[in-house]
Design a protein around this ligand. Structure first.
Ligand code: FAD
Ligand code: NAG
Ligand code: NAG
Ligand code: NAG
Ligand code: NAG
Ligand code: NAG
Ligand code: NAG
Ligand code: NAG
Length: 544
């Protein structure tokens, strides 16, 4: 065990499970300062709680204000400049009984990249955001702390006909996003972000820097959809870029219930996953004031990216989806990078905005999200029951989004990556409720609302298990025991996120982090956990 010899070498306390906070923090920092293989000085990137910049560094990447100003704060934040700082943090945290939360963009819905119920430190990758685009080979190396907006920007600086099939919100970090799947408007044409990851660098529990060759096929498989946080600290990804036409077409068409939204969605459910794969048309549903009466109504926004020209799109829509009534005037032609700005709400602005954290952050509201997958159309009566929830007070800033499947997703097998929801689905659902009012009472009301919606939808979505998307983290679907991770308890949420891939993830975990150092409320458990008598023996006998 390399960490043990490391701890001994520096004659610093052997790790203890319940250290006093101040003591372990001090010892931990000393350990960092004495780590022998540091390349750049580490003292300039270590923020203890007494440091005047501690709060601003901590808060900068908190994307859900529910987890601002909560009592559980990291003992130390390290913002590594290079791999040696990551290695030092991993080894010293083990010596001194501290856990690690790795943060890239900080978008985790439940704040798992910066909140923990145990003494912990944050490895914040904000300084590791270099991006090297190689247009000769259509590849790029992207450091894990970069945002997808920065990636899109760097690609667009080198080429007008290359892009990458990842998410919409430019501030999302590639560290979390790619390791959990990552989808956006090109999913039907190109699949997920992880389908285009061709190499990666990760630091493991022993402080070794590994790449695709040295980490082994199983670990390289696991981090492409199984989450990075269970396996180590991902330093960088190598990705294959995809081609995009020099001109694409976008549109956004809204229809309220008074404008037959239910009937249009009825048809959408039957055609959207079968459109030409160059078209992705999502629906975002939210409540609005009716323009026809004093009443509230539900509006469905049909939002689309077409990887082609408007002249080809209109006939396609007239043929397969005339109910929408799409006309040329609804559509705008632009470059792919302009479509990224358009989808992010910055239509017509300079692409430089993709680099501006302050501007992109906007106003942050409290957030809770959930997800589902749908195989059979939801009947109209099901939709109508859903609309009723939108008229409740808590739904003022809520929305529900349907994202169509089909195309490339149908061609990739369930076990290709840990992301199991591939063929046979019509669409994916995301539920989000936002609120502004501070305090536990307001939080409780909004959580209750979204949980009721989720309960209501049970009959219309996948069952046994009810599938969920790991990147839309939801601790309601199950959590690990605090302190140690029981395989049987983890199975409750594990099969929901990963289907049958959960077993293989647990086998990889067993090989690379048997002692379960890298753990959190929803980390993959090793198969032999201390005190866990429930691991099925059939699983233990499977080869790694
Ligand atoms: C506003 C918003 C928009 C979104 N849009 C989309 C979308 O269009 N498509 C989509 O698929 N998803 C979307 N998501 C979900 C998003 O993909 C996930 O929240 C993702 O995990 C965010 O990654 P991050 O690096 O920003 O988050 P973080 O909170 O930093 O990390 C998330 C998880 O990954 C771990 N992690 C982060 N970096 C590393 C690393 N380098 N090594 C190991 N583990 C690491 C963290 O510890 C944590 O467990 C969105 C989320 C939000 C809040
Ligand atoms: C806070 O920490 C940073 C990073 O280590 C360091 O550069 C700075 O001098 C510290 N400030 C104070 C007031 O201790
Ligand atoms: C493209 O890849 C080849 C083979 O790996 C490599 O030799 C070459 O340097 C790469 N091109 C660039 C511009 O890096
Ligand atoms: C809604 O559908 C009805 C019946 O099919 C039709 O008469 C009406 O014109 C439609 N309304 C709109 C706004 O399209
Ligand atoms: C889909 O549309 C694109 C762009 O118009 C076109 O090139 C392609 O041939 C179409 N694919 C199919 C299967 O029709
Ligand atoms: C909708 O109506 C309510 C009450 O009349 C009003 O307070 C609110 O601002 C309106 N919302 C929008 C988006 O116009
Ligand atoms: C407004 O809502 C009320 C109560 O639900 C309903 O009775 C009425 O018909 C609605 N008015 C219009 C114009 O839709
Ligand atoms: C980033 O955006 C903010 C808010 O709009 C603005 O004040 C600032 O000047 C921008 N910074 C850069 C470098 O453009």
């Amino acid at each position: 065990m390399k960490y043990l010899s490391f701890c001994f070498t520096f004659a610093i306390l052997l790790f203890s499970f319940h250290p006093s906070s101040a003591y372990s923090q001090e010892k931990f920092v000393q350990c960092l300062y004495h780590y022998p293989h540091i390349t750049n000085s580490i003292s300039s990137v270590v923020y203890t709680q007494t440091n005047s910049s501690y709060s601003s560094v901590l808060d900068l990447s908190i994307q859900n204000p529910r987890f601002l100003n909560i009592p559980s704060k990291p003992q130390v934040i390290i913002t590594p400049l290079d791999v040696s700082h990551i290695q030092a943090t991993i080894l010293c945290a083990q010596c001194h009984g501290l856990q690690i939360r790795t943060r890239s963009g900080g978008h985790d819905y439940e704040g798992l990249s910066y909140v923990a119920g145990v003494p912990f430190v944050i490895l914040d990758l904000i300084n590791l955001r270099r991006i090297e685009v190689d247009v000769e080979n259509n590849t790029a190396w992207v450091e894990a702390g970069a945002t997808i907006g920065e990636l899109y920007y760097r690609i667009s600086q080198k080429s007008k006909t290359l892009g990458f099939p990842a998410g919409e919100c430019p501030l999302v970090g590639v560290g979390g996003h790619f390791s959990g799947g990552g989808y956006g408007y090109m999913m039907r044409k190109y699949g997920l972000a992880v389908d285009h990851v061709i190499d990666a660098k990760i630091v493991d529990v022993n402080g070794n820097l590994l790449d695709k060759e040295t980490m082994g096929e199983d670990l390289f498989w696991a981090i492409r959809g199984g989450g990075g946080a269970s396996f180590g600290v991902i330093v960088a990804w190598k990705i294959k870029l995809v081609s995009v036409p020099s001109i694409v077409t976008v549109f956004q068409v809204a229809r309220t219930l008074e404008e037959n939204a239910t009937e249009i969605i009825h048809k959408w459910q039957r055609v959207a996953s079968k459109f030409n794969e160059s078209v992705t048309m999502k629906i975002t549903m939210a409540r609005v004031n009716s323009s026809k009466s004093e009443n509230l109504t539900v509006e469905a926004k049909f939002e689309s990216l077409f990887l082609g020209r408007v002249d080809d799109l209109i006939p396609l829509m007239q043929k397969s989806f005339p109910e929408l009534g799409l006309v040329r005037e609804d559509c705008t032609e632009m470059s792919w990078i302009e479509s990224i700005l358009y989808k992010a709400g910055f239509a017509g602005e300079s692409t430089d905005v993709l680099l501006n954290r302050t501007e992109l952050n906007g106003v942050l509201l409290f957030l809770k999200g959930k997800s589902d997958y749908v195989r059979d159309p939801i009947p109209d009566v099901g939709l109508e029951g859903l609309w009723a929830f939108f008229y409740e007070d808590e739904a003022e800033e809520a929305y529900i989004q349907f994202t169509p499947y089909g195309g490339r997703m149908d061609e990739i097998s369930e076990s290709e990556t840990p992301y199991a929801r591939r063929s046979g689905y019509l669409f994916h659902i995301q539920y989000r409720v936002y609120w502004e009012e501070k305090g536990d009472a307001a939080e409780e009301r909004h959580l209750k609302w979204i949980r009721r919606v989720y309960k209501y939808m049970e009959g219309y979505v996948t069952k046994s298990p009810r599938a969920a998307y790991m990147n839309y983290r939801d601790l309601d679907i199950g959590v690990n025991n605090n302190g140690y991770t029981s395989f049987s308890q983890a199975s409750i949420w594990g099969f929901k996120y990963f289907g049958n891939n959960f077993m293989r993830l647990a086998r990889v975990k067993t090989r690379v982090d048997l002692r379960n150092f890298f753990r959190n409320e929803q980390s993959i458990p090793p198969l032999i956990s201390k005190g866990d008598a429930t691991t099925p023996s059939s699983v233990l006998r499977m080869p790694l």
